[in-house]
Design a binder for this molecule. Structure first.
Ligand code: NAG
Ligand code: NAG
Ligand code: NAG
Ligand code: NAG
Ligand code: NAG
Ligand code: NAG
Ligand code: NAG
Ligand code: NAG
Length: 393
């Protein structure tokens, strides 16, 4: 009995020693890997704290995050002026799940070897100097990715269809690149997406994919400057709180009843301001500046004025921005009776008629210069912080 329990004791002691030896080895290998990465990056000044000579734990080095057992789980190096390509030694950090290299000067094509970082869930390579096409098997390169930020590079070619299999994705930012082909409708299979940014790419002109209407978890959709044309799809009825922009002609009713902001500034929108905006009860910010909006065509195709009366049905509208369009006709008087509307910007149009002699006292911004208004300048609004009325005839 006595001898077997001492055998057991020695056995456990041995196990303990070998376990702690293993842990030490792992820790020193994480440290060596970090030093290797630093070396591969040409020892940038930003990584001065990554030093073999100090006694501080590598878990305290700039940008390094560890789990309790000393495995490196995150590298967050924002704006550190790091140059060169992404070293493949990064994937020797076996527990790395979060790699964020936002806003550096990193060059090269998409680092395909990231497939060996098998726990990667968060990847941010945005605002760097990457070029070339994305790997066609991106789903296999980044099988666990939930957050993917590649915006602000020079990636080219088409967005790979394999992205449609990356169903864990919650954020996908591909804007401000040189992607071409059509705006990918297959993204609609990413039903966990909350943020999707495709703006400012070189897509072939075409419509917003109707299929995006199935992305019901979407809270942010950024598609400005993406060469869109056509209508806002009816399927968007189920999307809420978006921020749409792009070359879109709107002539369908909306059902997105929770939209708070519509930002369609600086597009090529034509036609009238759609009456259907006014069915959006929560709309409070409407930006339509710098488009080519024209008068309102009624069903009988006669021009009746260009700011729809029905806007008054948007009870929360407080900022209306329609400057720099080709809006013509008289403003509906109901506009001046909207209780919350305190910021009105409509300069550089061809709006006409008289302004009311009394404006709501709490109107704080009114810009109406370069229109065809006639009559007297209203004086009753007392707390303008910004008033531009020049050009009243
Ligand atoms: C860091 O120090 C260890 C032990 O002193 C040594 O074995 C290793 O080669 C050093 N690594 C570098 C990159 O200098
Ligand atoms: C990290 O640095 C802080 C303060 O500089 C120190 O208190 C802490 O013990 C260090 N942690 C490790 C793991 O070295
Ligand atoms: C990215 O493309 C822009 C415009 O096409 C070009 O001016 C810039 O030099 C390119 N940058 C890189 C790193 O390729
Ligand atoms: C990552 O994906 C692989 C293959 O799909 C899977 O085996 C593994 O469990 C995943 N890891 C995490 C951390 O989700
Ligand atoms: C997309 O760009 C690549 C070069 O980056 C080119 O070979 C291809 O023809 C382009 N495709 C389209 C549809 O413009
Ligand atoms: C909105 O979602 C509901 C429930 O999922 C669905 O029945 C309806 O067809 C959708 N509407 C549109 C316009 O896609
Ligand atoms: C729309 O989204 C863009 C990009 O995220 C942002 O810069 C802009 O401020 C947003 N506009 C509004 C009105 O929220
Ligand atoms: C502006 O004044 C009107 C009338 O006094 C008031 O009902 C309305 O709530 C005010 N609007 C804002 C945004 O304060």
């Amino acid at each position: 009995m006595a001898s077997s329990s001492s055998v057991l004791f020695f056995l456990s002691l041995f196990t303990l020693i070998s376990l702690s030896f293993l842990q030490q080895t792992q820790i020193s290998s994480e440290k060596q890997t970090l030093l290797q990465i630093k070396n591969d990056w040409g020892n940038p000044a930003a990584l001065a704290s990554w030093s073999n000579s100090t006694f501080s734990s590598y878990c305290n080095w700039t940008g390094v995050g560890c789990s309790a057992d000393g495995s490196v789980t995150s590298l967050i190096l924002w704006g550190e002026s790091i140059t060169g390509s992404v070293p493949s030694s990064i994937c020797q950090l076996k527990s790395l799940s979060h790699l964020d290299l936002y806003n550096n000067e990193i060059t090269g094509s998409f680092p395909q070897f990231l497939s060996t970082c098998s726990n990667l869930q968060y990847l941010d390579l945005s605002q760097n100097y990457f070029v070339g096409v994305l790997p066609s098997n991106l789903d296999q390169v980044l099988p666990n990715i939930t957050y993917l930020y590649l915006e602000g590079n020079n990636f080219t070619g088409e967005i790979p269809t394999s992205i449609s299999k990356m169903t864990r994705l919650q954020s996908l930012w591909l804007d401000n690149n040189l992607f071409n082909g059509t705006m990918p409708s297959f993204i609609s299979s990413l039903t966990n997406l909350q943020q999707l940014a495709l703006a400012w790419n070189s897509f072939t002109p075409g419509p917003i994919p109707e299929e995006y209407g199935t992305l019901t978890k979407l809270t942010n959709l950024f598609i400005a400057g993406a060469h869109l044309e056509g209508e806002i799809p009816n399927s968007f009825a189920n999307l809420t709180h978006n921020n749409l922009s792009g070359e879109i002609t709107i002539n369908n009713p909306f059902g997105a009843q929770s939209l708070v902001t519509i930002d369609l500034k600086k597009n090529q929108l034509t036609g009238p301001i759609p009456e259907s905006f006014c069915t959006l009860q929560k709309l409070s910010l409407l930006f339509l500046s710098y488009n080519k909006l024209t008068g309102l065509l009624t069903s009988s195709n006669s021009l009746t004025g260009s700011i729809p009366k029905s806007l008054r049905q948007c009870p929360d509208l407080f900022h209306l921005e329609v400057d720099n369009n080709q809006l013509i006709g008289k403003l509906p008087s109901v506009l001046w009776q909207m209780q919350k509307l305190t910021q009105v910007i409509m300069n550089n149009n061809m709006l006409s008629g008289e302004l009311p002699s009394r404006l709501q006292w709490n109107l704080t911004v009114l810009e109406i210069e370069n229109n065809l208004f006639s009559g007297i300048v209203p004086t009753s609004a007392v707390i303008f912080t910004y008033l531009r009325l020049a050009g009243i005839i």
